[in-house]
Design a protein around this ligand. Structure first.
Ligand code: ADP
Ligand code: ADP
Ligand code: ZN
Length: 216
């Protein structure tokens, strides 16, 4: 199974990826998570990426494409993958097509999770992430059983710096300008499947599963 999860920040890509990797047994590749790890470890990549992330902007294509290329070399990708948050620009989408061609594989589909813009701000400003395993929670919509503690690993939950209202607004603007053109890029090559991301997490997972089963 080779899938790209597309959608604005807050659409539920990470949340759905958590369920889907369990179902399909393929690695969850999140460029955002890879960058956050690099920032935490203060690697040269992390120090460079942080400047853009703090401003709610995209990290330059060359760096982003480089980390995905490297990740694809790992053996777990042979079974497939779930790409979350990549590609986010036309140049990244074209680079991904080239990588797939070199590997002689194709995407099963690009899953576009569609959520009304007014819901995104509420989802993002209430989001909490596990410091240890990065699982996403929400103060109101997906609260942890024990406040501030991850249900899965017992790690501490925190709010991402870039989930402040001001940075969220610029990320949404960046999405509309730089990422939303990918919807027609993939529709034009008949690789797009759009599902509504409205409703509960489970409802969306059921919708996604049905859409993926329909492909085969
Ligand atoms: P993305 O990876 O697309 O940025 P996340 O999966 O991190 O989005 O979800 C953003 C926030 O919205 C998180 O706090 C998550 O718990 C919450 N969320 C995800 N799916 C839903 C849903 N169907 N209904 C309500 N809240 C949701
Ligand atoms: P969200 O889904 O909430 O927007 P991510 O965790 O996917 O957040 O990404 C966080 C930040 O990491 C982005 O705002 C951006 O600065 C950077 N980033 C992640 N993926 C990419 C990408 N494919 N291209 C450029 N920058 C990226
Ligand atoms: Zn955890």
């Amino acid at each position: 199974m080779r899938i790209v999860l597309l959608g604005p920040p807050g659409a539920g890509k990470g949340t759905q990826a958590e369920n889907l990797t369990k179902i399909y047994g393929v690695p969850h590749i999140s460029t955002g998570e890879m960058f956050r790890t690099a920032v935490k470890e203060e690697t040269p990549l992390g120090l460079e990426a942080k400047k853009y992330m703090d401003a709610g902007e995209l990290v330059p294509d060359s760096l982003t494409i480089g980390i995905v290329k490297e990740r694809f070399l790992k053996s777990d990708c042979a079974k497939g993958f779930l790409l979350d948050g990549f590609p986010r620009t036309l140049a990244q989408a074209e680079a991904l097509d080239q990588m797939l061609e070199e590997l002689d594989v194709q995407l099963d589909t690009v899953l576009n999770i569609d959520v009304p813009e007014e819901d995104l701000l509420i989802r993002l400003t209430g989001r909490q992430i596990c410091r240890q395993c990065q699982a996403p929670y929400h103060k109101a919509f997906k609260p942890a059983q024990k406040e501030g503690i991850c249900d899965l690993c017992g790690g501490q939950l925190y709010q991402r710096d870039d989930d402040s209202e001001a940075t969220v607004l610029s990320r949404l603007e960046v999405y509309n300008r730089q990422t939303s053109p990918l919807i027609s890029y993939y529709a034009d090559s008949s690789r797009l499947t759009t599902v509504s991301g409205d409703g509960s997490v489970q409802e969306v997972t059921d919708r996604v599963k049905a859409a993926l089963e329909n492909l085969q």
